[in-house]
Structures are given as C-alpha cells and as structure tokens.
Design a protein. Structure first.
Ligand code: ADP
Length: 320
C-alpha cells in the first residue's frame, strides 16, 4: 500500500476514534448528571417530610440539572466545533503537502527530461558533423541547432539558480532609470531568434527598475512562454498610464483556463497532467516572475487575449 494512503487511513481512523470518544464522554457525563440528580431527589424526599417544601426543593434541583445539561451540551458543541476546525486544517495541510510532493516529483521528471533533451541534440549534431562530409550550409544548420539547444539549457539552469537564490533571500535589486522600449528591443534581438516576436506601442518609455535580474527574468520568461504555448505572433507592448508603465506580452495560443489563472504562479505548477501535456517545461518560470513582482510590489495580471490566447501585464514604476 502507498505511504500516502496509509497516512490517510491512520488520519481517518484517529478522527473516527476521537469522534466516538467524544460521543461516549458526552453520554457518560449526561447519564452521571441524571444519576446524581436521582440520588439527590431521593435524599430530598427523606430530608423533607412536608410535601410542599419537597416540591419546591425538587423544582430547584430540576433547574440545576437542566443548567448542567445545557452546560455539557454547550461545552460539547464548542469542543466539537474546535475539533472539526482542527481536523479541517490538518486535512488541508496534508493535501497541500501531497500536492507539493506531487509537483516536486513532476519537477524532477521534467528537469531531467529538459536537461537530457538539449544535451542529446547537441551531441547528435556534433557527432554528425564529425562523421559525415557536410557542405557549408548543412554545417551552419547543425551549429545553429546546437546553439539554440545550448541556449535552452542555459535558460533552464538560469531559472533553477534564480529560483533558489530568490528563496534563500540572496538577491538584492538595484532599480535604475531605464528606457524600457530600447531595453526590450535590444533584449529581444540578443536573446531570441524567433521572427514571431513583435514589439508594438510606445517608444521612449522610462521606468525605474533593476535591469540585472528583474527585467531579464520577467521579460524572458513571459516571452518564452508566449512562444512555447502559441504558434502565431507574440506581441510585446508598452503603455504609460500616469505613474506606471504596463508591459504586456500577448499571444494567440492555447490560453489559460480561468480556474488555473491563480495557480500557474505556484512553484512547479503546470496546467494539465504529465500524460496530457505536450510542451516541455518545469513550472518555474512564472513562479520566478511572480516572486520578483511581489518583492518589488509590481502588480501582475493574466487576462484572456482576443480571440484566443493569453495576455500577461506587469505594472512597472514609471519615471521621467
Ligand atoms: P513552464 O516551464 O511549464 O512553462 P511556467 O511557470 O512558465 O512553467 O508556466 C506555468 C504554466 O502556466 C505552464 O505549464 C502553462 O501551463 C501555463 N502557461 C504559462 N504561460 C502560458 C501562456 N502564454 N499560454 C498558455 N499557458 C501558459
């Protein structure tokens, strides 16, 4: 039997045991109260020979008994509510832990796969170049593939390092005045070969942002995702809105269901299951984007693009 189901069985067994104990003690306390009242009633009967005095003492005794029963019932209800609340919290944290373990397992699987695939492609291209007589054009093509694959490998390792540095609070950001439109066009030219990327919108837009880690992590992860989860053009645009600049990365790809929009920022989270997904990834990219945005107090929005696809908008602080 799996460890997870064993833990759950033990958990439900304990819950059942506690609930039965609770019912038993409530029953025991109530019957004891009735028993004591019965005995007291007997002694009252012996103590008071006058029927009238006996009756008024009996009324008082019954009232006391009623108050005791109400007290037991109220305490029982409070205890039961606390117990149920505690059980609910324990179950929730057990579920969360299971989910994290599942994601970590998927992460290890996808990281291993992600590391092996580009390495295998680079190796294959180099071996082919060594073993076969290739013309200049073919050689160029093989080198280009090897370069693209090594870039992919580099991005993956970069994301793993950034995630671990962020979580160990090792990073310090240094915001500076930057011409964002120039920065983005240069960044795209340097880091992406894809002709699907298109920069639209305002030029000469200035922001106050760290350009060593914050901008590269946010821009590269959003663009990589847009390229990965769509086949069509990826539009990057800037929109100045008073004290903020909205950086928008939009695609016309598969889109993100509304129910998943909050969860995609969780560490290792990927939409769908390992069996149904046909894209490669680790679930680290958006975690990094959100983590950085939160530290810097930048708002981040995920919207549906029209007619389909997604639109990620990051609000950056503007400056003159
Ligand atoms: P991954 O390495 O899986 O791309 P991310 O953290 O970057 O990890 O993204 C988390 C998940 O969010 C992805 O697995 C994907 O399901 C979804 N996602 C992110 N960006 C997009 C997008 N532009 N279009 C559709 N789905 C997306």
């Amino acid at each position: 039997m799996k460890k997870k189901s064993k833990t759950l069985i033990t958990f439900y067994f304990l819950v059942l045991y506690i609930a039965l104990q609770f019912v038993w003690w409530t029953y025991l306390l109530s019957s004891l109260t009735f028993e004591v009242s019965g005995q007291k009633e007997e002694s009252l009967r012996i103590q008071f020979s006058s029927e009238e005095i006996f009756k008024s003492a009996l009324v008082e005794l019954k009232q006391k008994q009623k108050r005791k029963i109400i007290m037991i019932a109220t305490e029982g209800a409070v205890f039961l509510s606390l117990l149920l609340f505690g059980i609910y919290r324990v179950k929730k944290s057990l579920d969360k832990e299971n989910e994290t373990v599942e994601h970590q397992k998927n992460f290890m699987l996808s990281v291993t796969h992600e590391l092996k695939t580009p390495l295998a492609a680079i190796k294959l291209n180099l071996q082919t170049m060594r073993k076969r007589e290739l013309n200049k054009e073919q050689q160029e093509r093989m080198l280009e593939i090897a370069e693209i694959e090594s870039e992919r490998l580099n991005n993956l390792i970069e994301n793993i390092l950034v995630a671990s540095r962020l979580e160990n609070a090792e990073v310090k950001f240094h915001p500076e005045r930057i011409n964002l439109s120039d920065y983005i066009t240069e960044f795209i030219a340097l880091n992406f070969r894809s002709e699907r990327i298109q920069f639209e919108g305002e030029f000469n837009v200035w922001v106050m942002v760290d350009k060593n880690m914050v901008l590269p992590s946010i821009i590269s992860n959003l663009i990589e995702n847009a390229l990965k989860y769509s086949q069509d053009k990826v539009i990057i645009s800037l929109l100045s809105d008073k004290s903020i600049v909205k950086l928008c990365v939009a695609d016309n790809g598969i889109g993100i269901p509304d129910s998943e929009k909050d969860r995609i920022f969780n560490k290792f989270y990927r939409v769908g299951s390992e069996e149904t997904r046909n894209t490669k990834g680790t679930g680290l990219g958006l975690f990094i984007v959100k983590y950085i945005a939160d530290i810097c107090n930048y708002k981040i929005e995920v919207l549906n693009n029209s007619p389909n696809g997604s639109r990620f908008i990051v609000h950056l602080p503007a400056c003159d």
